[in-house]
Design a protein around this ligand. Sequence first.
Ligand code: C2O
Ligand code: CU
Length: 458
Amino acid sequence: MNLTRRSLLASASALAVMPKFALGNEDTEVLEARPGAVSLVSDEFPATEVWTYNGEVPGPEIRVAQGARIKRRLVNSLEQPTTIHWHGVRIENAMDGVPGVTQDAVQPGGEFFYDFEVPDAGTYWYHSHFNTTEQISRGLYGALIVEEPNPPEVDHDITVVVDDWRLGQDAQIDPDFSQIHDWSHAGRLGNFLKATLTPALAEVKQNQRLRLRFICVATDRVMQVAMTGMQGKVVALDGMPLAVPTPAGVLTLGPAQRADVIVDVTGEPGGEAVIGFVGREGNITLASLAITGQASLASRGDIPVLRQNPIKQLDPLNGAKIAELKMEGGAMGSLKQGIYKGEMMSIDKLIENQQIWTFNGVAGMPDAPLAEVALGETLRIPIINDTAFAHALHLHGMHFQEVMPDGSFGPLRDTILLLRQERREIAFTASNPGDWVFHCHMLSHQKSGMITWVKVTA
Ligand code: C2O
Ligand code: CU
């Protein structure tokens, strides 16, 4: 435990929880959600007031070996409740961090002890799951890296957390989180993109090999990321190794999606290797690495394939249960009415309740699950995006695979990006009992209606 007397006294609310620290498990590290200030833009701008874990944005990177237990005591030193969700982890339901579903929200001054195993290697992340449009936008997230027992050989293993901030001229976060106009369109899009590299890397050498673990933590923005001066392959998506790595061209990352790439530095010494955001008005540099020399004369060999995680992939879908999910609403949509909190409402009444989107006619968390399946049963979810916007649907607790039109299956994922008016189907074999939320990870859309859940009975 790294608490000093000074840091305890620095926070009045910490006093209330001090006796419990004294009784705490010695291997438990604390994640304290608390306000702070970080230099986000540059030295020419004032520090940005943010919400942090332990004073940092992104929060401290958690790196453990596959199969390890993670124990963290969340201490809430914010003025509003909070929880932590461990995104993409095949976790025990009680540790999933969804307030009102798997736990009570942690009140200001309160705490919650998270203790779980990480069965799968890969790139995951953790973030607040309470009032997420505000809490994640203000900085409450961090990377969670689970290392393979025999990781591929690389010169640098770097986490690249990409965020999209909405800042004013004074570099402060726009504090208005209830813009219905944003919610009914593509969400709260920012005006300042930032990639944080951990460890911070500024220089590379030609023919060095890098593993870059991209994590899109943006509130609502779909990120297109391109790399120049580097060449390689995407080796994992949403934490899960690809059986056949694909060339790393422009990566499309919806909110919450991850991609691991292994690339070799191909640029000339004296040049730069650049990670850039591909935008409509041109590219924006997110990170540039000076190429300071040559690591070796020869280029590296083939890009390795990562070992699969111990997850059973889909078998033929014979006899699977089917639960269709129809998404409606938003600007330019035709939604006239919907059910909210058990009551049928006109669109005007829904908007009064800050609800704009529906899943199967229901806005917000329904009482009944989208589907109930038994352990070992396979569920198919055909998804119809009958809206004019893209959505990034995330299932908690289990990864799914896309069912392709030809009947083959896509890679394991935990978040699927559907473009406007797109129809796609996902399926998974229920392997983790509990109540799992399934929602749009464009947090403005989640807040204004796009959430449901799936029940897996033991
Ligand atoms: Cu990453 Cu329910 O969230
Ligand atoms: Cu959405």
